[in-house]
Write a protein that binds this ligand. Structure first.
Ligand code: GLN
Length: 309
């Protein structure tokens, strides 16, 4: 059984929307604090080209941590998995996404995985190119290819707002530099990382990106192989084990699909071999995941038996 109409999706949105009142919009990046807490949207993209969407689907939002999956895919393609995993680990942390704790207690002090901020900063550091602009442009072009939309850009306000306030991410970067995990100028890295996090799209774009991961890196609608099946497999595995921060275990039990969330309230899901899903709901739970978005995905997963386990 599959969801085959926007009306069906709308009933899930209406039911989940009541949850938005129990969360809070992220405001540690001041520009994100302007989001409307009651917004909720979902889109599904099937590999046959059919898509459905419901809710506040015209809204664009920044990817934030969802961008970590995209930068990881690009870096794995450019550098190979051996190089990448010499510098960042493969294990979940159980700590909040921005925690510095394990960097100090683990030896060697390479970050535990690419989905936490410390690991994502190392991945961004590995993006290939001559300059910050060049590296960012490559990442943006790759994102546009995944979404099949060349109009995708980044939100300058959000990037600037995060750049001005990213003291914790600077601390993580200086720690990594001290331990020779990275060797670039920290201000340049934060510039690149905050632009990466500020890449902006709507739920349908996000569903399309999710579909590429669901289809093992292949875009069935253009026939292009945008990443190898192996790279897609590694990314999906991280989405299952670490994609929802320190709520990944609960999400795997209740919903059971590879997914990645961001503090803007976005969630990208990849239902293996079936479809991609994009969700946006900026009201967050205490772990930083969209409170209504997770609820929505849980209803969808239960109704359509989406769990892969
Ligand atoms: N840009 C955000 C940060 O580094 C991303 C975090 C997130 O979405 N969890 O804090």
């Amino acid at each position: 059984m599959q969801c085959r109409s926007s009306e069906e999706l709308m009933s899930f949105v209406q039911e989940a929307k009541t949850m938005t009142q129990y969360g809070k919009v992220a405001n540690y990046i001041p520009a994100l604090g302007k989001a409307h807490p009651n917004d909720l949207a979902i889109a599904i993209q099937y590999p046959d080209g059919i898509s459905f969407s419901a809710g506040d689907i015209q809204k664009r939002f920044t990817l934030q941590s969802i961008s970590k999956v995209i930068s990881l895919a690009l870096v794995l393609m450019d550098r190979g998995s051996e190089y990448v995993f010499e510098r960042v680990g493969m294990e979940p942390t159980g700590d909040p996404f921005n925690s510095i704790a394990k960097l100090e207690t683990m030896a060697p002090s390479k970050p535990l995985n690419p989905m936490i901020n410390a690991g994502a900063l190392v991945v961004t550091h590995m993006l290939v190119g001559q300059s910050v602009e060049d590296r960012f442009q490559r990442l943006l072009t790759f994102t546009q290819e995944l979404a099949n939309d060349t109009t995708i850009g980044y939100c300058k306000d959000v990037a600037q707002s995060e750049f001005e306030t990213a003291h914790l991410n600077r601390s993580l970067s200086y720690f990594l530099k001290q331990h020779q995990i990275i060797d670039e100028d920290v201000e340049e890295l934060i510039d690149l990382y905050t632009k990466q996090c500020a890449i902006e799209m709507n739920t349908l774009n996000l569903a399309r990106v999710g579909m590429i991961f669901a289809m093992d890196g292949n875009d069935p609608l253009t026939g292009k192989q945008l990443m190898s099946a192996d790279v897609a497999r590694i990314c999906k595995t991280f989405m299952v084990t670490c994609g929802m921060y320190n709520a990944s275990g609960e999400f795997a039990i209740k919903i059971g699909i590879p997914a990645k969330s961001g503090v803007s309230g976005g969630i990208m899901g990849a239902v293996p071999c079936k479809f991609g899903v994009g969700v946006f709901g900026p009201s967050l739970d205490e772990k930083g995941n969209s409170i209504a978005g997770v609820h929505l995905l849980e209803s969808l997963s239960k109704t359509y038996h989406l769990s892969m386990f």
